[in-house]
Design a protein around this ligand. Structure first.
Ligand code: ADP
Ligand code: MG
Length: 238
């Protein structure tokens, strides 16, 4: 059964690079059935926060909890196994494997190997037709992004972390992506979207956190936060 309450939760995250503080006491909760967005200018610490949740950056202080379990010291692949999936900005697709094989690898790295889930995810992302038998190498970027998302979803994760998922997609592809992500949240998944594109955020997120200089400075329901960004023009690129 889907755990009730907050699936993935960060408390007091602090990350320093040399003498530079990239995250300075960040709290964040990703509730099931919800799309949470983090916005803010370049260098705000969004990707660092993302990496702390995914397990690719170890915080200097603070904790990451998955349900009741402290996963702060758990490496990324072990979090994936528990059900914390992510996509990669540099696509993590095996070029010599077919589309279907890439998706199956994702299932094997995930929480459960469920052929039914692999089928559903492939259908959801429009990868169930002739394209399934093609090698990933040479496919257009938009298709590769769908393969990458299918790979992340194939292991039936509880949480999906996306860093700038709209980057490089055209308007139609962004709209299709938004539909897929909304459907996943409606099914009970907890999603985090780190995103520059405020139109996508407005279209998708239930909750928005605005970050600047390593801190969350504003949080709330999407409409409310985006309608009150005027005073934050220096904080968020438009
Ligand atoms: P964002 O994703 O919001 O653009 P990042 O989390 O990538 O921000 O970066 C936050 C700050 O931390 C930036 O000033 C960046 O230069 C710095 N930073 C990020 N990663 C590293 C690193 N591996 N080493 C040193 N500084 C880094
Ligand atoms: Mg970033």
């Amino acid at each position: 059964a889907t755990p009730v309450g907050h699936v993935l939760r960060a408390r007091g995250l602090r990350v320093t690079y040399g003498g530079f503080t990239a995250l300075d006491g960040v709290d964040l909760e990703l509730p099931p059935g919800t799309v949470t967005a983090v916005v803010g200018p370049n260098g705000a610490g969004k990707s660092t926060l993302f990496h702390c949740l995914a397990g690719t950056v170890r915080p200097d202080a603070g904790r990451v909890m998955f349900g009741e379990r402290d996963v702060t010291r758990l490496p990324a692949h072990a979090r994936t196994r528990l059900g914390v999936a992510r996509t990669f900005q540099q696509l993590a697709v095996f070029p010599t494997l077919t589309v279907a094989e890439n998706v199956r690898v994702g299932a094997e790295q995930g929480r459960v190997v469920d052929p039914g889930a692999v089928e559903r995810v492939s259908r959801l992302l429009g990868l169930d037709g002739a394209v399934r038998a093609l090698p990933a190498a040479g496919l257009p970027t938009g298709t590769l992004r769908r393969v990458e998302l299918a790979r992340a979803l194939a292991g039936s994760p509880r949480v999906l972390l996306l860093d700038e998922p709209a980057a490089g997609l055209d308007t139609g592809e962004v709209a299709a992506l938004a539909r897929v992500l909304r459907a996943l949240a409606a099914d009970g998944m907890a999603l985090l979207v780190v995103e520059h594109d405020l139109d996508l955020v407005a279209d998708l997120a239930h909750t928005v956190h605005v970050m600047t200089a390593g801190r969350i400075v504003t949080s709330g329901p999407t409409r409310h936060v985006l309608d009150n960004l005027e005073g934050l023009d220096t904080v968020v690129e438009r």
